[in-house]
Every structure is written in structure tokens, then in C-alpha cells.
Design a protein around this ligand. Structure first.
Ligand code: G3P
Length: 222
């Protein structure tokens, strides 16, 4: 069994922006040290540099564009996030969807740079489709449950189980995460019991009164 992984997506909440991002990353690092869980933080691009200089846990970008260096104003270049200290990137999050051909380019660019790819999907069918691109992780997140507080691992367990099954049929090396509405130890345990290797989450921790306590609770049952 693989060591559980928790990826905290900072999105664009003020509670996880700038100095708050530094504090949240520091809390995540403490939880990783105290529990042995693999914690990863995914801040906004502009916060990658300061976070990667501050903490020793992996820092991922939330997105990279399928562009080569040159004239692409406003785009996020993989070379830039790598030099800022990113160890990997989310791709195709439901809040930042990409074309299939661009997803393919992004996965390949990450592999070439020895960076971790976490490819987000919305259902079992798209999970199966993108597994052939061989990302390191597929993260299944039903969009309607994102930010809802209703955990996917309890509300739609068949989506998590079905994704694990189709992905591992295509490529057993790909790790599967699930996300959307996950916040408690029970939610995470349910995800792991369904065959996930970990979770990708945001609001349940970022909006908590005490994010460090919330993270400790999240990993308390595994
Ligand atoms: O990427 C994680 C995410 O989309 C889930 O969001 O707020 O439901 O944990 P949340």
C-alpha cells in the first residue's frame, strides 16, 4: 500500500494567499512532520517562490499552460514555475479545464522536467480517457461536489471506486486521488477504503477556524 498523500489546493481563497499561504504551508509542513503523511501544497503561481523557500514539503503549481517559451502573455510557463521551486503541477482542474491535446502536452512537459503531474478529472469516463496519457496521479473530483462540504467519498463512492478500477486496468502505476467536499478523518478514511491513494482538497481545511487542527483531524483515521 502506498503512503497516503494529501494535496492542499490553495485555489484563490484570501485565507491561502500571500502571507496566509506561507502560514498554511508551514502548518502543512508541521502536520507532515508530526504524522508522516505526504503533504503537498498547491499555492497560486505568485506564491510558489516564497513557499518553496520556506517549507520542505513539495510545492505544486495549480496549472501550467501548454505553451513553449516565447510570446504568450498571461500564460504560466512550466520553466518559470520550476525555477520558482515547484515540484509538480495540477492539470485540468474543473476550475481551469484544458483541451485534451493540451493536457497531453502538459503531462509530457512535466515528465520531461522530472515534475509530478496530477491530472484532475470529473467522472469515470474522462479518468479512463486520460489514463492513457500516463500522468503520475489522476484526481477524480465531481464538479458539483467541489466546495460543497459534501464528501465525494461518502456521496458518490461508486465514482471513486470506478475510477480506481478503470485507471488500474489501464496502468497500475498511476496513483488515484479523490477530492470534493473532503474535510474530516472519516471522509479521508472512506476515500482510502475505496482504493484511493490520498485526497486533493481545499475549502474544508482553508476555511477552517484552525487549519492545522483540521489537517490533523483529516489524517487521524488512516
Ligand atoms: O482541488 C480540490 C478541490 O477542487 C476540492 O475542493 O473545497 O471541495 O475541498 P473542496
Amino acid at each position: 500500500k502506498r503512503t497516503p498523500i494529501v494535496i492542499l489546493n490553495f485555489k484563490t481563497y484570501l485565507e491561502s494567499t500571500g502571507i496566509n499561504a506561507v502560514n498554511l504551508a508551514t502548518a502543512s509542513e508541521m502536520v507532515a512532520e508530526e504524522t508522516g503523511i505526504n503533504m503537498v501544497v498547491a499555492p497560486q503561481s505568485s506564491d510558489i517562490y516564497q513557499l518553496s523557500n520556506k517549507v520542505n514539503i513539495p510545492v505544486f503549481a495549480q496549472h501550467i499552460d501548454a505553451v513553449d517559451a516565447g510570446g504568450h502573455t498571461g500564460s504560466t510557463l512550466i520553466e518559470c514555475v520550476k525555477e520558482a521551486g515547484a515540484d509538480g503541477s495540477l492539470i485540468n482542474h474543473s476550475e481551469q479545464r484544458m483541451k485534451l491535446a493540451d493536457i497531453d502536452v502538459a503531462v509530457k512537459k512535466l515528465a520531461q522536467k522530472n515534475m509530478v503531474s496530477v491530472l484532475c478529472t470529473n467522472n469515470i469516463e474522462t479518468s479512463a480517457a486520460v489514463a492513457t496519457l500516463k500522468p503520475d496521479f489522476v484526481a477524480i473530483e465531481p464538479p458539483e461536489l467541489i466546495g460543497s462540504g459534501i464528501p465525494v467519498s461518502k456521496a458518490e463512492p461508486e465514482i471513486v471506486e470506478g475510477t480506481v478500477e478503470v485507471i488500474h486496468k489501464i496502468d497500475p502505476e498511476i496513483s488515484v486521488l479523490c477530492g470534493a467536499g473532503i474535510s474530516t478523518g472519516d471522509d479521508m478514511k472512506a476515500a482510502m477504503d475505496l482504493g484511493a491513494d490520498g485526497v486533493l482538497l481545499a475549502s474544508g481545511i482553508i476555511k477552517a477556524d484552525d487549519p492545522k487542527e483540521a489537517l490533523l483531524n483529516l489524517v487521524s483515521k488512516i
